[in-house]
Ligand binder design. Structure first.
Ligand SMILES: [Zn+2]
Ligand SMILES: [Zn+2]
Length: 194
């Protein structure tokens, strides 16, 4: 297990490069020294709430990432699984719920952007900044509907009741009205059936 956490604020005086406050640096010194050999790692990273702007959720924990990486031909290949606890609002019914979100982080880091894929991240000498790939993968996994449960029934579009807890007859009434509007004789037929 190889784990180094550095608060980048401490490096502010050393470097005039663009600084992301509290950015998480992961040392890849060992991986660079042993080309091609896999190094296990785990890291815990506090991402700012502001990255969730536009999504109906909040962080309830740091993002934990564990996995392994190896360095070969001036590239670092990282494969990990991240997890974070979130407080979310259901896209269907509007109820708050807690969710442990798990997502994969499979990324390539390069020494320079010259002739490399635009999706790659940069290696910063003997370390990589993990915030950006964590953020990108987190937001990607949040880009689908967030539901309090898989079979959330949502709200009734007529009376507004939460159909997970209350039942109403609005749907049947609406259907019946539509049927009658389509064919006024249905009504007569129904009476005849009874
Ligand atoms: Zn729901
Ligand atoms: Zn209803």
């Amino acid at each position: 297990m190889f784990l180094i956490k550095i608060n980048l604020k401490l490096l502010t005086n050393l470097s005039k490069q663009s600084i992301i406050h509290n950015a998480m640096l992961l040392s890849i010194y060992e991986a660079k020294a042993k080309q091609g050999e896999k190094v296990k790692f785990s890291i815990s990273c506090d991402l700012p709430q502001s990255i969730l702007d536009g999504r109906e959720c909040k962080f309830l924990s740091p993002v934990n990432l564990a996995g392994e990486y190896y360095y070969k031909n001036e590239k670092l290949f990282l494969d990990g699984v991240a997890s974070v606890k979130l407080l979310c609002i259901c896209d269907n019914c509007g109820e708050e719920f807690e969710k442990v979100l798990k997502f994969n982080v499979n990324e390539v880091f390069v020494e320079s952007y010259n002739s490399h894929d635009i999706q790659d991240y940069l290696i910063n000498q003997a370390s990589i900044m993990i915030d950006e790939p964590l953020k990108d993968n987190l937001l990607f996994s949040l880009s689908t509907k967030l539901l309090c449960k898989q079979d959330c029934k949502g709200l009734c579009s007529v009376c507004g009741k939460n159909k997970n807890y209350f039942s109403c007859n609005c749907e049947n009434i609406t259907k019946e009205i539509e049927r009658q509007e389509e064919n006024p004789f249905n009504n007569i037929k129904n009476i005849g059936d009874k």
